[in-house]
Structures are given as C-alpha cells and as structure tokens.
Design a protein around this ligand. Structure first.
Ligand SMILES: *[C@@H]1O[C@H](CO)[C@@H](O)[C@H](O)[C@H]1NC(C)=O
Ligand SMILES: *[C@@H]1O[C@H](CO)[C@@H](O)[C@H](O)[C@H]1NC(C)=O
Length: 611
C-alpha cells in the first residue's frame, strides 16, 4: 500500500536559493513526496537522464491525418506515414530548436550524450552539468521499496530566451509515484471454489482461432519506472505447463534484469504471448513516465504493431504525487499540458500504424488517488483516458463452466477446488470477489472523439437516472474503457513465488486483448500488407454494424475502489450496449475476423468501382 500525502521535510537552505530575473523557473521543489526520502547530495559525476519537450507545429494537420488513416470509412484508411514524414510535419521551429540545442551544447561536458529528434532533446548528463545548466541542486532520494533516484531540490530554471521554446523537462523534479494495475487475489477459505484463467480459457471464451496467426505480426508489453522484468526460465515453464509451444521474446528495449522478475512484467509477457501466439515479441521498459515512453517509442526505427500498457495514474496528477493540484508544475507544465503533449505523441504513434492498448485502472470510477472517495469528484486515469488508445476494463465469471477439453497442468496447480474456466456469464469485476474495481468514466481534459459519440450518448440517455452527480464528471469528454476481458485469477508463473499463482487486474485483461489483436492484424497484413493501426474507429463501427463481434456485459458497476467500498463512493453501472465499466463488451474474435473479411471485400469492390 502506498501512503498518501507529503512529508513535511523542508530543505530550508535549498528553498532559500533564488533565480535571477533572466531565468524562467520551471519548478521550486520544497517538499519530498512520500514515500521518498532524502539520502544525500548527489556527487558531481553521477548521471541523470532528462528529456526536453520542445514546442511543435502543425498539430491540426497531424490531427486530420491521424483520423483519416484510422477511420475505416476514409479513403486514406491504413495510409500510414513514416516516422520521418510525421517528424517533419510536427517539427519544432528551427529557431526554437536551435536556441535549445546551442544552450545545451554550451553547457554540457564532453561526456554528455545528447540525442535530438524533430521535437525533443534527450540528454544523459552528469549532475555537475545539470546543476549548472538548470541552476539547481540535485539530491539522492530513496523510495521505501529501496529504489533510488536523483532529483532536484529547490528551484530549477532555464534562461528566459529558451523558456518559451520548451514545453517542459521530464526527469528533473518529477517523482515516480505511478503504479501498475495488477492486484493479488483476496485470501479465500479452503472450501471456496476458485475460477482460474489459463490461455485456453481465453481461447474458448473469446473464440480465438486455435491456429496461431500465419504472418508474423509484432506485439509487446511496455513497463515503467525500474520495473524489474520477466524471467526467461519462468516464461518457458509457463509455456510448458500451459501446454503451449515454446516462444521467446526477440526484442528487448530499455533496462532488462530477469534475475528479480516482477509480477506485472511476468503477467504481461506470459499473456500477450500466450494469447497472441507465435508472433514477434517485444519487451520495452522506460525509466521515466508516459511522455518519455511515447517520445522514445515514436523515435525508434522499428517498433511492434501493438503495445500493451498496464500502467496508469490520475489524469490531473500526472506530474507526480497525490495532493490534487499542488504538484502539477514539477516539470514546468501542468497536468493538462503534460496530457496534451503525451496525447500528441500517441497520435504520432497511431499515424505510424501502431495500436496502443491501455488498462482502465483498478480503482473504479473514483480512481486510486482518493481510495475512500472523499474528493467529491471522479478521477480519470491516464493514459487510459486518452482518446488515442484502446482502453480495456475487466470482467469475471458468474456461473462459471469448467469444461476445457484438455486442461493443461497449470490448471491443477492451485488445489482441488481451483479450476480453469471455459465460459459462463461475464459480469464486471466486483471488489468483494476480485479484490479490485474496474476503472472507467470520462476524461478530465480531453473532449469526446466522434467515433464513440453514438454509443456513449445512448448510455447517457438510457442511464440518465443512475449516473453520478453531474458535478462529478464531464460527460462531453472522452469516455472509457472501449472494451473489456476477463481480469481475475490469471495463472502466472514465477519461480520466486513458488510457481503458479493467480493474478488479477485490468493489467491482465489488457495483454489478453492485445494478444487477440495479433489475429486481427494478421488478417489485415494478408489483405493489405499493413497492420490496422489505431483500432477504436474500427471497433465502434464494428459494434454498430455487427454487435455480435462483442459479448455485451450488462451487470456490475465500478462504484468501489481497490481499497473497498465506501458510502461516499460514486460510479457507473454496466448496461446494455457501451458502458463506462466494460465498454462495448468482451471480444468475439471469430466475429471480428468475419467483420474484417467483409470490410476488406467491400473496400476492394469500392476501389474497383472507382477505377
Ligand atoms: C516441462 O514439464 C515437464 C513435466 O510436466 C518437465 O519434466 C520438463 O522438465 C519441463 N520442461 C521445461 C522446459 O520446463
Ligand atoms: C468539460 O470538458 C470540456 C473540454 O472537453 C471543457 O471545455 C468544459 O469546460 C468542461 N466542463 C466542465 C464543467 O468542466
């Protein structure tokens, strides 16, 4: 459990520094957010990683192109652009970039490494350089979990001349406080029946093709903040004991250390590969947060077709910690600017043809920054609340059936009363049974995209009498999740935990859905030689024209949090059609493929008519 609030430690000496009038102060850090504490002043030669977001241009043109290539009704559908074409489109003004780069060059020692993109500058530098450039002091901080980082104390600033060219700097004053969306199951009494999920459960429930896809599409899981990776021996034991063919991750980006595997990474890798079998698999870790990830991902030459992200944090507290509003200038921007810039990076990624899948969060409509619901407002979770990603909620089974034809050995790993399910009626996860509540609701900042207007307005009118008070949410904004999948008791193998154990969360549902996307992308590659890219316009159109491509989930709600249920908590109810708990429902892969077949056929005949 993570504590809330800040320690009251005030570093008076550092806070006393004042910046000259020719400087733009990006942030003045005076308190250390819990559960971090100060160890010492950093030594001059220690290394720091910072990323400067430089102002972009032509965002209207980017927006237009993004929707055109993602809209299945557009003549430009799938006409993705290359990374360099997109970079040229949005690139910073030359005078802005030149000013930033010459300032950095003048202040950096020879051992610094500066990587410039069209609209950002990534710098690996010494503490000595950082302290001089940003006129600040860098300290060593340690987290209660032992993780240490270097961050500023007191003010940090840049010269006025470049102050307006920079949107913000990530990696100087921001403290990682975000968490993955995974939950360990509640303790059960010995005679409770436990409904387990193995890859075969998902294949059966979502009518996923039993043959691996024919072409090699690529897919990957993204992790954050020093997450300690999956372990290859665990992965091979997982395949062995779930009766699947052995597979290996082929591309690893970022720090990887398999010696201390982490549950989130193990879950993500085992289920994206266990569902989307026999593809080209990636594993990607990022040291900072979503802007850094999306910027670095976009700027990488070869990237996977689909990415699963099981991480999130309150949209209005992106810059760090947990006191609403008070920490939002830690990087020289507020949360709204941070979200807007990161959303632009997601659009750039979508315009390359990549699908992003994001967990909707594990703390209900209320969100994890207000676990007992005292704020009088619902907190959307970012990046789940981005209109440019496909967001996934979590379900569980009522009246489970246990009729797998050949349950693999993993299914008998949890005692006689625990069995792998094969089907039943899906309902939204409940906090009482699953130990968490599926996130969902409306974005705090970003307006509703047109692809979901019909589906969401139907919900708002049919459920008008059962909505939270109007002051708790903004119904004209992006609504999420988009769809959902089973999210409780996935069998995950980790030798350090003694073998298989059941793990849950929207974290589990997300890699499963990303794995299903491999079959859709595979079909698309066969038809057009291209992946599907950003999926939502296609998914909502599919729902409107072939509702049977989803199993509607109509029962349950997201009024509790991951800490339990409190009288003051508000939330939404699942309902017929789209809802802010389970989205459009859970996938019926065979019907989705049938829809794609029809869609490609109708486009082919359309182009014949035009020719
Ligand atoms: C696979 O499982 C069998 C027993 O189920 C075991 O004998 C074998 O060593 C395992 N192989 C690997 C690679 O884990
Ligand atoms: C709702 O969000 C929109 C942005 O999409 C904003 O313009 C509007 O002011 C918000 N309404 C409220 C009541 O905050």
């Amino acid at each position: 459990m993570q504590s809330t609030g800040f320690s009251l430690l005030l570093l008076v000496a550092a806070a006393g520094c004042s910046a000259a009038a020719d400087r733009r102060v990006l942030y003045d850090r005076r308190v250390t957010p819990q559960p971090w504490s100060v160890v010492a002043r950093a030594s001059k030669h220690q290394r720091l990683h910072v990323l400067l977001a430089v102002q972009q241009q032509n965002l209207d043109a980017l927006d237009k192109k993004f929707w055109a290539v993602s809209d299945p009704k557009s003549s430009e559908w799938q006409q993705f652009m290359s990374k360099d074409e997109i970079g040229e489109l949005v690139k910073s003004k030359a005078e802005d970039m030149d000013a930033v780069v010459s300032w950095l060059k003048a202040g950096l020692s020879e051992d610094a490494v500066m990587t410039q993109s069209h609209d950002s500058v990534d710098v690996r530098l010494s503490v000595k350089d950082a302290e001089r450039l940003f006129e600040t002091e860098i300290l060593i901080y340690t987290h209660s979990n032992g993780h240490t980082i270097l961050r500023t104390q007191g003010k940090h600033s840049v010269p006025q001349e470049i102050g307006l060219a920079i949107e913000f700097v990530e990696g100087l004053a921001d403290f990682p406080q975000k968490r993955s969306d995974k939950t360990m199951p509640k303790k059960r009494s010995a005679d409770d029946t436990v409904t387990l999920v193995a890859p075969q459960t998902l294949v059966e429930m979502y009518s996923i093709p039993k043959q691996p896809a024919a072409t090699k599409v690529s897919q990957g899981a993204a992790e954050f903040q020093g997450d300690t990776s999956y372990n290859q021996v665990d992965l091979s034991a997982f395949f062995n004991q779930t009766g699947l063919a052995q597979q290996k991750v082929s591309d690893i980006v970022g720090p990887y250390d398999g010696t201390v595997p982490d549950t989130e990474a193990s879950l993500d890798v085992q289920y994206i590969m266990g569902v989307g079998q026999n593809q080209v698999d990636w594993y990607w870790t990022s040291d900072l947060w979503m802007y850094a990830f999306s910027n670095n991902f976009f700027n990488t030459k070869e990237v996977p077709d689909a990415v699963s992200i099981s991480w999130g944090w309150a949209e209005n507290q992106q810059c760090s910690a947990q006191i609403a509003g008070s920490e939002c200038t830690t990087i020289g921007a507020d949360s709204q600017q941070y979200v807007a810039r990161t959303n632009t990076e997601f659009q750039k990624i979508g315009l390359r043809g990549v699908s992003l899948f994001v967990a909707s969060g594990d703390s209900g409509a209320n969100g994890r920054t207000d676990p007992t619901c005292t704020d009088g407002v619902l907190h959307s979770s970012f990046p789940g609340s981005s209109p440019y990603v496909t967001t996934v909620g979590a379900t569980m089974l009522q009246n489970p059936k246990f009729e797998l034809a050949n349950p693999p050995p993993a299914c008998s790993s949890q005692g006689a009363r625990a069995k792998c399910a094969s089907g039943g009626t899906e309902v939204a996860v409940s906090s009482a049974e699953a130990g968490f509540t599926s996130g969902g609701g409306f974005s705090t900042y970003t307006k509703m995209p047109s692809y979901q207007k019909a589906a969401v307005s139907e919900y708002l009118s049919s459920m008008a009498s059962k909505l939270p008070p109007a002051t708790y949410f903004n119904s004209s904004n992006r609504a999420y999740p988009d769809l959902s999948a089973m999210g409780s008791n996935y069998l995950v193998y980790m030798q350090v935990s003694g073998g298989f154990s059941p793990v849950g969360g929207t974290s589990a549902a997300t890699p499963a859905v990303a794995g299903i996307a491999a079959y859709l992308n595979d079909y698309s590659y066969q038809k057009s030689g291209k992946p599907l890219g950003f999926l939502n316009p296609l998914l909502y159109q599919m729902y409107a024209e072939l509702p049977g491509a989803f199993t509607d989930v109509t029962s349950g709600d997201n009024k509790c949090t991951e800490s339990g249920c409190f009288a003051s908590c508000q939330g939404y109810y699942a309902a017929k059609g789209w809802d802010p708990v389970t989205g459009l429902g859970t996938p019926v892969a065979s019907q989705m493929l049938a829809y794609l077949e029809k869609h490609f056929a109708s486009r082919a005949s359309l182009s014949e008519v035009i020719v």
